[in-house]
Design a binder for this molecule. Sequence first.
Ligand SMILES: [Zn+2]
Length: 182
Amino acid sequence: MYELRSNWHGVFKKALAILKANKHPIAQTTVAVIEGKEVQVLPYSQMRIADYNAGQKHKNKKKTFEFPLSPKDIKKITEDFIGFFRGKRIYISPIDDPLKFASVLVHEVNHYINDKEGNYETDEQKFLEELRAEMAEALVFKPHFTRKNLKDLRETVAANYDLPMPATPNKLPPGIFTRPKR
Ligand SMILES: [Zn+2]
C-alpha cells in the first residue's frame, strides 16, 4: 500500500518525537492533545466518507471517491491537501519528512482546539482560521517570526487556500495557540 511504502506510522512517531523535543508551548500543546487522545491521528486510508464529504461541502468542484480510499485516490487527495481535520479526527497524508509531518500536526491541532460551529462560513473566517494555523506552525519552527513574516504569511495563505485577502488585512486571527497546563 502507498502508505505502507511511505512508512506513515514510522514518520508519525518521528514527528511526535520532534514535537516533544521542541520546548515551544504550541509544540507541547500539540503533543498533549494527541497523547491525551483528545484527537485521533489517522492515515488517509482510514478516512471516513462522511468526514471527507463534510470537508468538501463548500467547494464548487466536488470529486467523488470510493471508500476506503485506494492508493491512487490517496495520491489525488494529497495533491489537494496534505492534512485535514473533522471533529476529533485528524487525517495526515503520506508525508516522508518527519519535520513536515510535525508541522502539519501543529496546524491541524490548532484547527481542532479552535473548532466551533460556523467558523468556516465566510471567506474571511476561513482566511483567519488558516492564518492562525499557519502562524502556529511558523511560531514553533521559525524562531524569529516577525511582523514582516506575518505580512508574507498573509499573502501565502491567500494564494495557497485560494481565498481573497480580507478587507481588514491587519486583523490578527482570534482564538488560541496553546492551552494552559492542567
Ligand atoms: Zn488548515
